[in-house]
Ligand binder design. Structure first.
Ligand SMILES: Cc1cc2nc3c(=O)[nH]c(=O)nc-3n(C[C@H](O)[C@H](O)[C@H](O)COP(=O)(O)OP(=O)(O)OC[C@H]3O[C@@H](n4cnc5c(N)ncnc54)[C@H](O)[C@@H]3O)c2cc1C
Length: 511
């Protein structure tokens, strides 16, 4: 091989213009981060959106990765929180999923401490077998803080039981407005115009330009489709097929109604997910209102009944008319095709049970920037992008599927049907390994780590038949002593924490 020829060179054909279509959460997050990373590289970023076409109007709960986005995008966390009337999210409380009247919690934190190379939950299983039926949640500071509606700055360094992270609940409309200001200050050109057609290059099949009603033709090198469920570029113009997963995750509609805080209502630092007859309800407390929605399966309840159910369950005065949304679960087969990459709802959708869409938006933008093409659009880049995106979607799908498949509701046809889903092989293997010996199988590109899976397994009562024999290294008395100490420290930690309401008022209050 001729080494001189193999030496890398600068691209002679760099991207000079990026056109983002759509100004929802996906469009503005893409524009803001791109403008920062590509600063000084002579790339013009243009965001085209139509103020006459509304954004989806939901998407208020996140995962802790949102704060990585704030950092990466050079945003001041407190300033974004203030601007978007945000609150803290320590995890999700699942009400009724493990049976009526029962609750468990998925924290953004760890449980107990591992010892002698053995995971904490193995000792917990051993103690259970000996009659100590305390829930694993007693060994997780994040969960106990959440239940007490309190918050601490996450201690660092911390033993596992005290280690946690936090995410954000925010007003998605205000968040997009905030990003709009930052992105345009960074040089992103904003065009308010409705796209009416897309022109393809007859030779390459790539997108050459978009034609808009108000601003005429806009050409570009790279197009980012953030146009929402319609997927104007990737779906309508490039006809990229949709891989549908409704047979695995059957909910296909939602109704959202924001309401006022009740005078005596709890100001919870977590999302509440309550199982209802044909799906589940979210409750997301923001500073100025509470977001509510019923995600349901249209085969098991009518829209009218879903609206009536949600309306009855509101804890304060409704602040808007019901917003009815239809969706399909799944993703575009190739999320990157030619010179077009879809991000956000245009790329795919997994229902909001674990608030993963905005996380997937962030990872999509990061991946695009890591594989940023030149105008030759080497197909290898798209291939790797699509490979990873598919894996990421499948892993989230499987985590959500575990929630449904593992439900403990006996009486409703919807929930009984969920238990009969045929599990994808990788999920079936993961469940089998956990329920035999408590072994956690990890897969590449899983957004959820062992403690998240553990919270679901334990919460739904999918417990192993045996514990790891190495856990017998310690006697039950030794373990009981260590467990007592962990619980005491957690109780002390919660006692010293601030109420969520006071914390938000002190640090993020918009007034
Ligand atoms: C019921 C439900 C609940 C959800 N809850 C959560 C949650 O809690 N957490 C989470 O992370 N995610 C959630 N999501 C997902 C989240 O709402 C979206 O991922 C996020 O809002 C991004 O949407 P988007 O920007 O892709 O699309 P949209 O918000 O739909 O924006 C599309 C944009 O494209 C523009 N557009 C469309 N057509 C044209 C045209 N012809 N010309 C010009 N512009 C056009 C529109 O004007 C708009 O600006 C939820 C989704 C649903 C359906």
């Amino acid at each position: 091989m001729d080494n001189a020829k193999a030496a890398p060179s600068r691209s002679g054909n760099p991207i000079r213009s990026v056109v983002i279509v759509g100004g929802g959460t996906a469009g503005w997050m893409t524009a803001t981060l791109m403008a920062k990373r590509l600063e000084g590289l002579d790339v013009q970023i243009t965001l085209v959106e139509s103020s006459a076409i509304r954004t989806i109007g939901v998407g208020e709960a996140t995962t802790p990765a949102i704060r990585d986005y704030f950092r990466e995008a050079g945003l001041d966390e407190a300033a974004v929180m203030k601007a978007s009337k945000a609150t803290i999210k320590l995890g999700i409380a699942f009400d009724g999923w493990a049976g009526e009247g029962r609750r468990f919690f998925h924290p953004f934190g760890l449980y107990g401490t591992p010892s002698n190379g053995v995971a904490f939950h193995q000792y917990w299983l051993k103690m259970r077998a000996g009659g100590d039926l305390r829930p694993i949640e007693d060994y997780c500071l994040a969960t106990q803080l959440a239940y007490a509606n309190r918050i601490l700055p996450p201690p660092r360094p911390a033993p596992d039981y005290a280690f946690f992270d936090w995410a954000v609940h925010f007003d998605a409309g205000l968040y997009a407005q905030y990003l709009h200001k930052i992105a345009t200050a960074r040089g992103v050109q904003h065009v308010d115009a409705r796209v009416r057609s897309v022109a393809l290059d007859p030779q390459t099949g790539h997108i050459a330009s978009i034609d808009t009603i108000e601003a005429g033709v806009i050409a570009g090198d790279l197009f980012v489709d953030c146009s929402g469920f319609r997927a104007l570029l990737l779906g309508e113009a490039l006809r990229e097929p949709f891989v549908e997963w409704t047979h695995l995750l059957p909910c296909d509609r939602a109704v959202a109604i924001p309401c006022a805080h009740a005078a005596d209502g709890a100001f919870e630092p977590y999302t509440r997910s309550t199982a209802l007859a044909a799906g589940w309800q979210w409750r997301i407390p923001l500073q100025h209102r509470v977001g509510n929605g019923y995600v349901y399966c249209s085969g098991h309840i009518s829209d009218d009944e879903a609206v009536a159910t949600l309306t009855k369950r509101l804890e304060g005065e409704a602040l808007a008319e019901p917003n009815l949304i239809r969706f399909r679960t799944g993703h575009r087969r190739h999320v990157w095709s030619g010179n077009c990459v879809a991000i956000g709802l245009a790329a795919g959708f997994l229902e909001p049970l674990e608030s993963t869409s905005i996380t997937l938006i962030h990872s999509g933008i990061e991946r695009l920037l890591q594989l940023f093409p030149d105008r030759d659009f080497d197909p290898a880049l798209a291939m790797d992008y699509n490979r990873i995106t598919t894996l990421e979607y499948e892993r989230v799908r499987d985590f959500l599927l575990l929630h449904y498949w593992g439900n403990r509701r006996e009486d409703e046809p919807f929930w009984r049907a969920c238990k009969t889903a045929t599990l994808p092989d990788m999920l079936a293997h993961k469940i089998r390994m956990f329920t035999t010996r408590g072994r956690m199988v990890r897969y590449e590109w899983d957004s959820f780590q062992d403690p998240s899976w553990l919270s679901m397994f334990a919460g739904l009562g999918l417990l192993p038949e045996k514990w790891d024999p190495v856990a017998d290294f310690f006697t039950s008395d030794q373990i009981a002593g260590a467990f007592d100490r962990i619980r005491e420290k957690i109780v002390d930690g919660v006692a010293g924490a601030m109420s969520h309401r006071d914390h938000v008022a002190a640090h993020y209050s918009a007034t």
